[in-house]
Write a protein that binds this ligand. Structure first.
Ligand SMILES: Cc1ncc(COP(=O)(O)O)c(C=O)c1O
Length: 432
């Protein structure tokens, strides 16, 4: 139903997530709140792992890009499902370490890791630091040398691919703040410098061409460009790089009309192209890493709000205002992201009105969706916004000093809280 099979409607007409009644959860935990489908998150992780097994004969690793949604329980689930973890800050790394995440399966990203973050990575023996620029390469080398350690690294490369997605989530082209450019010779220079650093072990190369990508072609192109470059590295330096990290970016269903991406077919297409390319170059198939984020948690999350007011401006639009907004989901304000809305307590009724869902922040741009179908609602009704599992909690802010939301995990009829609602006391905790 709607955007994921885990969403159903029960006999009371209430929207359910993995068998848990969202209206009952809203009453128990208050609103706004995030509800995640644990069964779906685990199934997604398993599906990617199985695809790596099947397609690459196990010669690869699924890394969950935890920027999509990072907390202790998500790190535990990722660990239990045998996947690795992509962290992009000291905070995400700290969270992973706090639950004993295996460090050899952690990759540390970021275009401007601080000195302290690099020290933290080295001290904790993070398996792969994804180096973004020459300054970072040299700083990391100096830290590793000073500690007498060898640090595994990959270099982030811009393969020059335009993934035809939103400007803010497109990263593989030359005009991007992330990584080393191929065209300018910057990437080759970095590879050569890294190979001359005995305290750094260059495990391979990384690229990430964007997010919410709907077709396999950009991935295929990126994989081919990267393998060509690995071959060039071999010819120029004699070194055969072992690993190729193709990043994340698989799209999910936000709208009912969005296609459901057959990730396995995607991966098969990419693997096929990689194998052909490797064969034609006489280059060994690398160990392949992928870093899905959105596709693991995106469709697994819904946000439930209470309607506070309904304001109709005749001939213009109807604003339905709810008790959350850009603080818990800034994605519409940032990227005009599309969402499906459902009245959680009238989910069996037709969505016969079109409304603008407005947040409670003191900002005209605090909208969650415009011109969206919804059941007719009145104050006190619950509105669920679907597919809000990725880049919502992780992008949340305390704008207007609104406490952050709790997170509930639903799993086949059983629900448990994994993040508590922030309190007003916590809001002023660091104020002096
Ligand atoms: C380096 C890297 N890997 C993986 C991801 C995850 O992307 P997605 O959530 O689209 O799968 C991102 C997202 O920004 C990224 O920057």
């Amino acid at each position: 139903m709607y955007v994921s099979d885990g969403l159903t409607v029960n006999a009371s007409g209430h929207l359910c997530v993995s068998g848990c009644d969202t209206v009952a959860l809203a009453k128990e935990y208050g609103t706004p709140l995030y509800i995640f489908d644990e069964a779906l998150i685990r199934a997604n992780l398993r599906a990617f792992r199985a695809a790596i097994e099947e397609i690459y004969g196990g010669n690869g690793l699924v890394i969950y890009a935890s920027k999509a949604f990072n907390c202790k329980e998500l790190c535990r689930i990722t660990m239990q499902e045998g996947a690795g973890l992509d962290v992009v800050s000291g905070g995400e790394l700290y969270t992973a370490l706090s639950v004993g995440f295996p460090v050899d399966k952690i990759v540390f990203h970021g275009n401007n890791k601080t000195y302290d973050e690099l020290v933290m990575a080295v001290d904790n023996n993070v398996g792969r630091v994804i180096v973004d620029n020459i300054t970072e390469l040299e700083t990391l080398d100096a830290i590793a040398r000073s500690k007498g350690k060898t640090v595994g690294i990959m270099l982030r490369i811009k393969p020059g691919i335009d993934a035809h997605t939103h400007d803010f989530v497109r990263t593989g082209q030359i005009d991007s703040k992330f990584g080393f450019a191929l065209e300018t010779g910057e990437a080759m220079a970095a590879v050569k410098e890294a190979l001359g650093m005995p305290n750094l072990k260059l495990r391979g190369l990384h690229c990430h061409i964007g997010s919410q990508i709907f077709a396999p072609d950009p991935f295929v192109l990126a994989a081919e460009v990267m393998l060509d470059f690995m071959h060039l590295v071999q010819m120029e330096t004699g070194t055969v790089l072992q690993e190729l990290n193709l990043g994340g970016g698989f799209s999910i269903k936000y709208l009912e009309s969005d296609p459901l991406m057959p990730y396995n077919d995607f991966m098969r297409t990419v693997a096929h192209a990689l194998k052909e390319k490797a064969q034609s170059l006489g280059f060994p198939m690398p160990f392949v890493l992928i870093e899905p984020g959105r596709s693991i948690v995106g469709a697994a999350g819904v946000t439930v709000y209470t309607v506070g007011s309904v304001k109709t401006i005749p001939g213009i639009r109807t604003f339905v205002s709810v008790d959350g907004g850009m603080g818990d989901n800034p994605r519409y304000a940032l990227y005009q992201s599309a969402y499906e809305l459902v009245c959680a307590n009238k989910a069996d009724q037709p969505r016969s009105t079109r409304i603008t869902l407005a947040g409670k922040c003191c900002e005209s741009g605090d909208l969650i969706q415009e011109n969206a179908p919804l059941q007719p609602v009145v104050p006190g009704d619950y509105v669920a916004v679907l597919s809000t599992g990725a880049y919502t909690y992780s992008m949340a802010s305390n704008y207007n000093r609104i406490p952050r939301l709790p997170v509930i995990l639903a799993n086949e009829g059983k629900a448990r809280m994994i993040i508590k609602r922030e309190t007003y006391e916590q809001l002023i905790e660091n104020d002096l």
